[in-house]
Design a protein around this ligand. Sequence first.
Ligand code: TXA
Ligand code: MG
Length: 494
Amino acid sequence: METLILTTSEKDIEKAAEIIRRGGLVAFPTETVYGLGANALDPDAVKRVYLAKGRPSDNPMIVHIGEKSGLKDLTDLMTRDMELLMDAIWPGPMTMVVPAKDIVPRVTTGGLDTVAIRMPSEETARQLIMKSGLPIAAPSANLSGHPSPTTYRHCMDDLMGRVDAIICGPDCQVGIESTVIDMTGGDDRPPVILRPGIVTAEKISQVIGREVSLDPSLLKKPKIDKATGNPVTGQDFHPKSPGMKYKHYAPKAEMTIFRGPHDAVLRVIEDRRAKLEAQGLKVSVITYSDSEQETAAREFFARLRECDKDGTDVILASALREEGVGFSVMNRMFKSAGYNIEDVMEDQKMRIAIASDHGGFQLKEKIREYLGEKHPELEVKDLGTYSEESVDYPVYGKLCGETVVKGDADLGIVCCGTGIGISIAANKVKGVRCALVTSVEMAHLAKEHNNANVLALGGRTTQPEEAFAMVEEWLTTEFGGGRHKRRTDLLDEM
Ligand code: TXA
Ligand code: MG
């Protein structure tokens, strides 16, 4: 199918409206995300939307209207809460789920007896609806599972050749999809938020003068089925909104969200980034502070798409506080990461892994005691060996190296008889820069010049007191950076 590329000129919107009237599909801008529109009252047109997106057919569409008066064509319900919300927020990023009149095809509602209705504020969207003279069913204009599109370029990336036209309008100002509220409780039961958005629970409660409730599934972090990427539904997780059952917004990269005090989170992310880059992985960092909730909402989906395009292997993101708009952004972010979350403590202790073979056992034990006494601020992880029985040094060198590179420790110390064998073994692990040192001066340079993340010492060649001084010097010396960084980068690429 050839996809027509249209502007927001009156003539082009007229063309788009004609396509909608004929049963075709048009991607168009709204203030939240781009929508893929079709005549909501034409079952065949709506079926084409499901096909073009690859969307499961039980996931209903939002029907977009151009004027508040259009609501009564689609539902018989009108409550006090609905009136208050329409007055305060429409046109705008809020969708109301209400009982559907028979005129609404059950394809549009995914087989439900309710319909989701919204009146967008974006000018092109409104003109398109008015000119077509029809309610327009429009899910987000992405392939099912992809991040929602917030620019026309995103629509082109997903839908060229699959839809009749794409209107090249402005970038979306809100950036996350509308707040979906279940109004079917009428005047008796309070409205229920099914999908959080920029219109927050606080705002809705303020408008209607009573507490709005949250669908309990919004507070759950479901397990993810590894094969399909979908959340596992069951006792613990059975969302009211069908769309919440499916894999969403998933970037190609592995994504982890770090949650905790912002400064501590940023430190952990930087540290993790360095380690992953040392392994040759492409890392992208997505962080916003709690004062940047709206920016985060506007940019988040676009950032995910950039990561897909630039070949990012790993995304490291910081969590926003789950309040207000932050709650809505985190709803998307958690899904993107498949609920892969790491909690960061306020003062995460620096972690040092230590390991030895039998020849280095005595010295390792002494270093462990020394660090425990002199450096209670450090967490020491003893990886063995735990006796003087003969063992193979490569096993322990590798174990310590991998512990550091995986991020289970920040630094490592390895000991064998001379320190030689175990340092060679540790250096076989990509990302390890292990330095065998025999003096305080070398310990200093190992850090300043080589940013050694593992220190090797010889149990039979170095006295404990000397070893402590070397460890001390290595721990406290800063990496020089500059030309040294260029060189350690070369090392890490090898
Ligand atoms: O901001 C938006 O809402 C965008 C723009 C294009 O308007 N549209 C959008 O549509 O996000 P979509 O299809 O990607 O998401 C619609 C959500 C889904 O989670 C769906 O399950 C839910 O609304 N929904 C639709 N009708 C429903 C109904 N009758 N009952 C419960 N949930 C419904
Ligand atoms: Mg969507």
